[in-house]
Design a protein around this ligand. Structure first.
Ligand SMILES: Nc1ncnc2c1ncn2[C@@H]1O[C@H](COP(=O)(O)OP(=O)(O)OP(=O)(O)O)[C@@H](O)[C@H]1O
Ligand SMILES: [Mg+2]
Length: 257
């Protein structure tokens, strides 16, 4: 298995008391899979993501990527955060190039050409000279995505990357992300607390619940690539997830058809 998470727990020391943020997580992820970590605030989504990405190792258990234990972040993986992380004093193209700056093995002209190529890919060719603050939030997020892809990573970690965007921009970027992931066969681990987003994007949804943070269920989404948010199958999948949170009765989801 490409990514293997075995018995992972994370405890934080909070004012002298131990707090269990993640309890006994087991999860296996295949290469090329799109995984959504879904759950309410505080259930340990970021904690789990940061452990897999190597930023903050687990207290117990083990994470292997391609058979190698994760102990620190790797250049083979990138993380996209909610706040885009663009450098305000650099123009768009130079922000994308940042991904390759440590790669002295790649000649400068090629680094620039590659950055340009990924800007094209996210539809921002004409904005290369702009400063980040001259772009909308959605465009800034696309710059962050171009920068992540430019590093040509094997795995992309995304921690609620679309949370700050309006609903329409969000839907457009969901399509873009899924399209890029499919065409490049990347492995994506995407954190969200939005059930619809998870059902729209994921091959499998990892449903997490808090106190302590744990994986409650792992649900495959058998809806194929062209997903219709208004279809009966889509609703049924959302309902299945609400059931895990025991919210089905409360929201009494009706089938659309
Ligand atoms: N450095 C820390 N020290 C102590 N407690 C922490 C620390 N980081 C996270 N926690 C706690 O661990 C739990 C899980 O946090 P985490 O950030 O993983 O949740 P999350 O699911 O990503 O939530 P959100 O959706 O709000 O981002 C929370 O209760 C949080 O308060
Ligand atoms: Mg979080």
């Amino acid at each position: 298995m490409y990514i293997k998470i075995s018995n992972v727990s994370k405890t934080y020391l909070d004012k002298g008391r131990e707090f269990t943020a993640l309890s006994e997580v087991n999860l296996e992820i295949a290469k090329g899979e799109f995984i959504c970590l879904l759950g309410p605030s505080g259930c340990g989504k970021s904690t789990l993501l940061n452990a897999i990405a190597g930023f903050d190792p687990p207290t117990r258990g083990e994470i292997l990527i391609d058979g190698v234990k994760v102990v620190k972040p790797s250049r083979r993986n990138v993380t996209i955060f909610q706040n885009y992380g663009l450098l305000p004093w650099r123009n768009v193209l130079r922000n994308v190039e940042l991904a390759l700056e440590s790669r002295r093995d790649i000649p400068a002209a090629e680094r620039r050409a590659r950055a340009q190529r990924y800007l094209d890919l996210v539809g921002l060719r004409d904005f290369a000279d702009r400063a980040p603050h001259q772009l909308s939030g959605g465009m800034q997020q696309r710059v962050a995505i171009a920068r992540a892809l430019c590093a040509e990573p094997e795995i992309i970690f995304m921690d609620e990357p679309l949370g700050a965007l309006d609903a329409l921009t969000r839907m457009k970027l969901q399509d873009d992300i899924r399209e890029l992931q499919r065409s490049q066969n990347k492995t994506v681990i995407f954190v969200t607390h939005d059930i619809e987003e998870a059902v729209y994007l994921a091959d499998r949804v990892v449903v997490m619940t808090p106190n302590p943070g744990k994986v409650s269920r792992i649900l495959p989404v058998e809806l194929g690539p062209g997903r219709d948010r208004a279809s009966q199958d889509f609703f049924r999948m959302k309902e299945k997830i609400l059931e895990v949170f025991n919210l089905r009765e409360k929201y009494n989801i009706e089938y659309a058809i």
